[in-house]
Design a protein around this ligand. Structure first.
Ligand code: 5U1
Length: 672
């Protein structure tokens, strides 16, 4: 029987190993549940032997008590900043300066290129392999002690791996909040009426500067390290690239996008490549950094004031810009939701010209207190819709008044109501409201609904405006003559639209249900309803309690479905559609097993799977009790991914959602 100390050592070693595979290499070996089991075993053993707890134990990340205030830390070596290059010419000038100083006439300099993350710089000081102090950059000479918070970031090792590290090793890097985590955090804060973060950089810096480490631990923070600082009694490799490799072996997380490149042209290729993929990265970057790769050459080059001569940041176009609000209008969506939208002086930001930015909902508008005439910060990062991040109140014109929620719909004049506890205000006009009607029709014809190619948003708007279309059923009465009489519509295009309408008559129950646009009934719920009941009649007749037997249909969704189907006007539309030939095959009702491997779980499928289509995979998941969702969120239990999995995989990873590759998925499905 091994001693308690031996068991503790073994458990800690295993946990450190699996944490490294998961957080640093992104390549876990064991399922989360097994990791949790090991952690619980360690916690129990430590509870029985509290005298054997060490600060670097994997259980000791989150301290119990908030700290009273921040103490200052003097950096053993100053934390430098970087010079910036905004143009290719400025980059070429930098390279020339480097070459001149090194007296290099020909041959290219080898640079280490890496993304420049938009987060908060941090210094991590390890003494004899154990994290002793973590400090913010501060003014470069002194920073704040944030050790209690840095310890909560799982990708920061509490102990260096291996045993060949220097006695004292300072590692520097950037703490950041991945974009998905930032969006999810802000969405949750918006729901609960809490303060949102302006951008992921502020989110990272603000989270690091919390007095209570439990708060920091609840924020999805991550780190990429990018250099060493003070080093005593130990050897480091001779190039920056190799230093990063060594740091990774020692357990630190380094950015996988880094590359050793040759000369300015190599730098520019890297800049363009990362620039093209900037929106698809899971974190915000504001440029790339090039560093002379040889540490000997770095020493020869030295520093000017606060910046090294051997490195430069090549900046990307800004993702945030200032502009002026010309108006605040309320857009009415398919379900009547009123979304405040700021109409802006056009501004070039995040690579496009932006003239509208969302304000999400009325509470958010009031919290940010956006007024007409205000100068605002507009933010557009990745493929996220542009938003007003904050207001520069010092620039507010005299007499600017707060924007109020209208009590009448700006489109149809019906009353606007806001249900208790809802962040969203809605127009009560239903299909009487032209905006709701138009949006409902756009949804009805969309690809995942009735999939009527050629009957796009513009054409729907035209048909509604000309009073040629009021309900989805009327789509199936449109004829060639009516369509080809429209502006900018040739006979051939009109014939194509009619053919597409005709083709869409033959559909499936799930598409039809989804197309109806019942509130809260997305693609996945429509599919579950169709599977569970088999026929539309069964759904129309089902009482609320029966609807709640469908996987993931709770009381609210069941109530929405009943409400929709109890409305004679909606039943009339359904009847009209069927009379005009819209049809689908009925099938046997299938009740999902309560004890299937995916029972009670929400699963997202992405990428190309080798042995089945995505739809086949989704059908299997549902047969095995799971619910399929279209996008990854905090509520997702698993992401099944195949080849060319894109942003969903990175989002799942940043949210800590368990991922299953094709092989793991096939094993679960086959029950082996
Ligand atoms: N990727 C990266 N970001 N960043 C920021 N490398 C890097 N290096 C820096 C800074 C301030 O300074 C070095 C010159 C140590």
């Amino acid at each position: 029987m091994s001693s308690v100390q031996e068991r503790l050592d073994a458990l800690r070693e295993q946990l450190r190993h699996h944490s490294y595979l998961y957080h640093v290499l992104d390549d876990p070996e064991i399922p989360d549940i097994e990791y949790d089991r090991l952690m619980r075993d360690l916690q129990h053993l430590e509870a029985e032997h509290p005298e054997l707890i060490t600060p670097d134990s994997p259980t000791q990340r989150v301290g119990e008590k908030p700290i009273e205030g921040f103490s200052t830390v003097t950096h053993r070596l100053p934390m430098l900043s970087l010079d910036n290059a905004f143009t290719e010419e400025e980059l070429r000038d930098f390279d020339q300066r480097v070459r001149k100083r090194l007296e290099l006439d020909d041959g290219d300099i080898a640079y280490a290129a890496e993304p420049k993350l938009d987060g908060a710089a941090i210094s991590l000081m390890y003494v004899n392999g154990v994290l002793e102090v973590a400090a913010t950059r501060g003014d470069g000479t002194t920073g704040e002690d944030v050790t209690h918070n840095a310890r909560t970031i799982e990708s920061i090792p509490l102990r260096i791996r291996g045993n060949d590290y220097p006695d004292v090793l300072e590692v520097r890097g950037e703490v950041f909040m991945p974009r998905a985590g930032f969006e999810a955090y802000n969405a949750a804060a918006r729901e609960t009426g809490e303060k949102t973060f302006v951008n992921p950089r502020n989110a990272a810096a603000g989270s690091l500067r919390q007095l209570d480490p439990k708060l920091t631990a609840s924020r999805p923070l991550d780190i990429y390290v990018y250099s060493t600082g003070f080093v005593e009694n130990g050897e480091l490799p001779n190039t920056h690239s190799d230093v990063l490799m060594q740091l990774q072996e020692w357990g630190f997380k380094v950015c996988p996008e880094r590359k050793r490149v040759s000369g300015v042209d190599g730098c520019l290729d890297f800049y363009r490549d990362i620039g093209d993929r900037r929106g698809a990265l899971s974190y915000d970057i504001d440029g790339v950094v090039y560093k002379v790769d040889s540490l000997a050459l770095q020493r020869d080059l030295g520093f000017v004031s606060r910046a090294p001569r051997w490195a430069i940041a090549h900046k990307f176009p800004a993702q945030e810009e200032l502009t002026v609000v010309k108006a605040v209008e309320f857009q009415v969506g398919r379900t009547g939701a009123l979304t405040p939208v700021a109409r802006l002086e056009p501004v070039f930001v995040g690579g496009v010209t932006v003239s509208n930015a969302t304000l999400h909902n009325i509470d958010e508008l009031h919290r940010k207190d956006v007024r007409v005439g205000d100068t605002v910060v507009v933010r557009r990062a990745g493929d996220v819709i542009p938003e007003v991040a904050s207001v520069i109140t010092s620039k507010r014109p005299d007499g600017a008044k707060p924007v109020e929620l209208p009590d009448r719909c700006p489109v149809c004049g019906s009353a606007v109501v806001r249900e208790d506890g809802e962040a969203v205000a809605r127009c009560t006009g239903g299909l009487f409201c032209e905006a709701q009607r138009t949006e409902a029709l756009k949804h009805f014809v969309s690809r995942k609904a009735m999939d009527i190619e050629g009957l796009g948003a513009k054409l729907i708007e035209q048909l509604v405006a000309q009073e040629m279309l009021h309900t989805p059923a009327e789509i199936y009465s449109l004829d060639l003559e009516a369509l080809s009489g429209l502006e900018r519509m040739g006979e051939k295009s009109a014939a194509n639209v009619i053919a597409a309408i005709d083709k869409s008559r033959e559909t499936t129950l799930e598409r039809f249900l989804f197309a109806l646009g019942i509130r809260e009934v997305g693609e996945a719920t429509a599919r579950s309803l169709a599977n569970h009941f088999g026929t539309l009649e069964a759904i129309v007749e089902a009482p609320e309690e029966e609807l709640q037997n469908v996987p993931d249909v709770g009381p609210i969704v069941a109530g929405r479905i009943r409400h929709f189907l109890d409305e004679p006007q909606n039943l009339e539309v359904i009847r009209g559609l069927r009379e005009r030939g819209v049809a689908w095959p009925d099938r046997e009702p299938q009740q999902a097993p309560a004890d299937g491997p995916f029972s009670g779980k929400t699963v997202v499928v992405t990428g190309t799977l080798p042995d089945m289509t995505r739809n086949e995979a989704k059908a299997l998941i549902m047969q095995l009790g799971g619910k399929v969702a279209g996008s990854v969120s905090g509520k997702t239990d698993y992401l099944v991914y195949g080849d060319k999995a894109g942003s969903k995989l990175s989002k799942a990873e940043s949210l800590g959602v368990e991922t299953l590759d094709a092989e793991q998925f096939a094993k679960i499905v086959s029950g082996s």
